[in-house]
Design a binder for this molecule. Structure first.
Ligand SMILES: O=C(O)C(=O)C[C@]1(C(=O)O)C=C[C@@H](O)C=C1
Length: 113
């Protein structure tokens, strides 16, 4: 089974393709080095995590702005109807773990209730 896949892979790598000048060339691509694939993907994951933290902090700032404006006009810090909207949107995107993530975001933004 493994051998069949490997010989198919080898054949695909030798399949001729047309060069810009119309000549047939044989492309031989090296198989990806697993360590390089892992290191590359991890570097991207780390960069994404940094960006996600930046976005969460930005969300916290905006959320505080809304809460302060509401409280300054006699309202309450928490508005459950709005929180339910937020939770529904995250659940629609990511399922039950989306709800968990949204609850964590809300806790970061308005504290525990
Ligand atoms: O949208 C609001 O009204 C907010 O105050 C922001 C926010 C949020 O972080 O999403 C925070 C507290 C509220 O209970 C509801 C939502």
């Amino acid at each position: 089974m493994n051998q069949a896949v490997n010989s198919e892979e080898r054949a695909a790598r030798r399949r001729p393709s047309a060069s810009p000048a119309g000549r047939e060339v044989t492309k031989v691509t090296e198989p990806a080095d697993p360590a390089a694939v892992i290191a590359g993907a991890r570097a991207e994951i780390d960069a994404l995590d940094t960006e996600i933290v930046r976005l969460v902090r930005h969300r916290m700032t905006l959320s505080a702005r809304v809460q302060h404006a509401r409280m300054a006009s006699g309202g309450r810090r928490v508005q459950l109807a709005r929180e339910n909207e937020v939770l529904r949107r995250w659940r629609a995107e990511l399922g039950v773990p989306g709800t968990t993530l949204a609850m964590t975001l809300l806790e970061l933004c308005r504290g525990r209730i």
